[in-house]
Design a protein around this ligand. Structure first.
Ligand code: M1P
Length: 257
């Protein structure tokens, strides 16, 4: 058997989980999954188990994956980093940041963030600067109700002015002592959550499920990005991707199909 076929046969006998970030990995940021990627995941399911782990809440992940049927399509769907976890379509876990850090600290964080964001001068500002989710708080200087064009404009402006990195540094300085972590997940916002509630959180639901290998694919794998910890975790084999096309290419190379 040549080495290519040997690798292929070894891979196919293994029980593999491919765990995917959503934004920038399966879809363009905050966009709906394209038909060829959807088809690709269906084919992949015949070679490996497929799971999703996004920083967004379930509603946003479902919007991007063409509806709540996402829960039936994939064995494991982890929203908010797995702080809300679905297995075979059933919710099996839900964490609460409010219970964990307490109302007083929560309000300090929200008040500080609103004050900080109120002093930023941006090309445009819209609404919903703080989004309270079950397991994390999303902080968004431009406001989550911005249009797609305004979102793209902010993303460009942020690249030039590093607004989110500076905001992140201020948050770490003021709230790091509370055991809070701040990461840049998408194009326009930051996520805040307690230490350990990053994407590695979801691994507790799959690490003892009999997989020989857990491969993680994400685009924000550098320090400060929301894929960083799970990418480095010893329970996963991490892959950095730069686009949905790149994800497909890397998965095909890995599983030889
Ligand atoms: O990619 C995951 C991120 O997606 C959104 O980011 P943004 O709106 O900044 O593009 C948010 O839902 C964020 O919480 C999440 O981590």
């Amino acid at each position: 058997m040549n080495s290519f076929r040997l690798i292929k046969s070894k891979m196919s006998s293994k029980k593999i989980l491919c765990l995917f970030d959503v934004d920038g990995t399966l879809t363009k940021p905050r966009q709906v999954i394209e038909a060829d990627m959807e088809q690709f995941l269906e084919t992949l399911k015949t070679h490996a188990s497929v799971g999703l782990v996004g920083g967004s809440d379930l509603v946003k992940i479902a919007e991007q994956m063409k509806g709540m049927s996402v829960l039936d399509k994939y064995e494991n769907v982890f929203s908010e980093n797995g702080l809300v976890a679905h297995k075979y379509g059933e919710e099996v876990h839900r964490q609460s940041i409010a219970n964990h850090i307490g109302e007083a600290n929560l309000q300090k964080l929200i008040n500080f963030s609103l004050r900080y964001m109120s002093e930023l001068e941006l090309p445009v500002k819209r609404g919903t600067f703080v989004e309270f989710r079950s397991g994390l708080i999303n902080l968004c200087p431009v406001g989550r109700s911005c249009s797609q064009a305004e979102r793209d404009q902010f993303a460009e402006y942020d690249k030039e002015h590093q607004l989110r990195s500076k905001f992140r540094a201020a948050l770490i300085e003021n709230f790091g002592h509370l055991g809070l972590r701040f990461v840049i997940g998408g194009q326009i916002s930051l996520d805040a959550f307690p230490e350990g509630w990053d994407k590695t959180y979801c691994l507790r639901f799959v690490e003892n499920a009999g997989f020989d290998e857990i491969h993680f694919f994400g685009d924000k794998t550098s320090e400060g990005g929301n894929d960083y910890e799970i990418f480095l975790d010893s329970r996963t084999i991490g892959h950095t991707v730069v686009s949905p096309e790149d994800t497909r290419k890397q998965v095909k190379e890995l599983l030889n199909f």
